[in-house]
Design a protein around this ligand. Structure first.
Ligand code: MN
Length: 228
């Protein structure tokens, strides 16, 4: 097949233990999935049904590195998150079977123009300008579940210039990973290559040019970016 314009590259992530890459299809994100973070954003952390938004796959910043401070914001926030990478797709996936669909795990940062997101919330507008801009999804290499299993507890943390800003534990997820996949697959047809950013623990905050952000999930990996 030929195309009338240049064909863009397939967004992809490194995979620990192999030279082969993981091709990324869609990036889904879950909102408010840790109670302390829901509270800090002014919401009741009761188990309201999970809600989702997307970032475009080409918003990935594989392996972190230099992160350009984006336009049109003066309140750029970090949200360190465990990322689930799907190896199989499906619809209406049962939570009891959801782990079988997972290829592996990574560590990502859901970079957010909080001022633009807050304005969108206030006006009942979509979140794209706050969440889905270029390079808004720094993400580590994927670690296959065949190597580490399926983490359900373990520290999740982020430091800014060496100082701890976010700290939580995967056991604090309001909606577990299998439950989140099950809910998501009731709204969308999931596909191999889909990523799910699973939510961030408390401590989100603003970051400035020159900051070094480093975060990780114990047993999964780490990601580091420098805001430039
Ligand atoms: Mn997030």
């Amino acid at each position: 097949m030929t195309f009338v314009i240049h064909v863009p590259a397939i967004p992809a992530l490194d995979v620990k233990g192999t030279e082969a890459k993981f091709p990324v299809h869609r990036i889904y994100c879950i909102g408010r999935n840790y109670a302390e973070h829901a509270r800090e954003m002014g919401h009741d952390p009761d188990r309201e049904p999970p809600f989702f938004f997307q970032k475009p796959a080409d918003a990935l910043l594989p392996n972190g590195g230099d992160f350009p401070y984006p336009a049109k914001t003066s309140d750029l926030h970090f949200e360190l998150e465990l990322v689930v990478a799907l190896g199989q797709g499906g619809v209406n996936i049962e939570a009891a079977k959801a782990l079988d669909y997972i290829y592996g795990y990574a560590v990502g940062i859901d970079m957010t123009r909080r001022d633009l997101q807050a304005e969108a919330k206030k006006l009942g507008r979509p979140w794209e300008v706050g969440k889905a801009f270029e390079k808004s999804a720094p993400c580590s290499a994927i670690v296959p579940a065949s190597l580490i299993g399926h983490p359900s507890k373990g520290a999740i943390w982020l430091t800014v210039n060496g100082k701890t800003r976010q700290r939580g534990d995967l056991s604090q997820l309001i909606w577990s990973i299998p439950e989140s996949i099950s809910h998501l697959s009731s709204f969308f047809t999931l596909a191999p290559g889909d990523l799910l950013f699973t939510g961030t623990p408390a401590g989100v905050g603003a970051t400035q040019r020159g900051d070094r952000l480093k975060g990780g999930v114990d047993g999964v990996g780490e990601i580091e970016i420098r805001v430039v």
